[in-house]
Design a protein around this ligand. Structure first.
Ligand SMILES: CC(C)(COP(=O)(O)OP(=O)(O)OC[C@H]1O[C@@H](n2cnc3c(N)ncnc32)[C@H](O)[C@@H]1OP(=O)(O)O)[C@@H](O)C(=O)NCCC(=O)NCCS
Length: 206
């Protein structure tokens, strides 16, 4: 199934997005499944300690990273996405996750982790848009992220996303809030492989 990231149709049981990085590399994005364990394990082996620490704010063993990525939850509360290449032996490009706030159900905390060799190739940006599309469809309006203040790549992804954002310094970290907009209906003229066509799809704030 091909998904248009500019629409906000409710997720289906098997909701795959076929996309392309800006350099043309084709990728698939889908909710993580139990059977992805081997690919996720190989992904954790390829991650640098720096990337793991930036994502989890602490050093973590590979097994713990795998558990975090595969973690459980209904998509209304928690969703973990996997981006993979379409090679014969697929490689995990990256992951993205939202966890809905229990006390503020229209807000979710988000985090991203892209394999070192794929960083800077637009995977993080595509994951943000796809995660936002899926989150809007279950009624989430705001994303929040806690990011190390020196994490320029993550800050750039948010800043350049087109979503209205606000950031507040909290010691060594930044709390970044994004308005991902309200869900909107399907739109004509889909072209999901063109990254420049994939916008934030946010209904203007305010
Ligand atoms: C942060 C992260 C998810 C961003 O994903 P990504 O795929 O590298 O991001 P993109 O390729 O979409 O790049 C987004 C922007 O960041 C910049 N950028 C990305 N990687 C960069 C790097 N290593 N150094 C400098 N700038 C970088 C890009 O130039 C781009 O800027 P642009 O919008 O002006 O083009 C990824 O780098 C990562 O996994 N880092 C380690 C884990 C982490 O920090 N997680 C965040 C915790 S919430």
């Amino acid at each position: 199934m091909t998904t248009d990231l500019r629409t906000d149709e409710p997720p289906t049981a098997r909701d795959d997005s076929f996309l392309a990085l800006a350099d043309g590399t084709p990728v698939i994005v889908h909710p993580v499944r139990r059977e992805d364990r081997a690919e996720v394990a190989a992904f954790t082996q390829r991650l640098s300690l720096d990337s793991i620490e930036l994502r989890y704010s602490a050093p973590m063993r590979a097994e713990a990273v795998i558990r975090e990525i595969l973690g459980d939850g209904r998509p209304e509360e928690r969703l973990s996405l996997l981006m993979e290449t379409l090679e014969e032996v697929p490689r995990v490009v990256g992951t993205a996750e939202y966890v809905r706030y229990a006390r503020e159900p229209r807000r979710a905390e988000v985090a991203f982790l892209v394999a070192d060799e794929f960083q800077g190739r637009t995977a993080g940006t595509l994951l943000l848009y796809d995660l936002a599309r899926r989150a809007r469809s279950v009624g989430i309006r705001w994303f929040s992220a806690i990011v190390m203040a020196e994490n320029g790549a993550m800050c750039d992804v948010f800043r350049h996303s087109g979503f209205p954002s606000r950031s507040v310094r909290e010691g060594p970290t930044l709390r970044i809030d994004l308005d991902i907009g309200e869900a909107v209906g399907a739109r004509p003229d889909p072209d999901p492989t063109r990254i420049e066509a994939i916008g934030p799809t946010a209904v203007p704030a305010g």
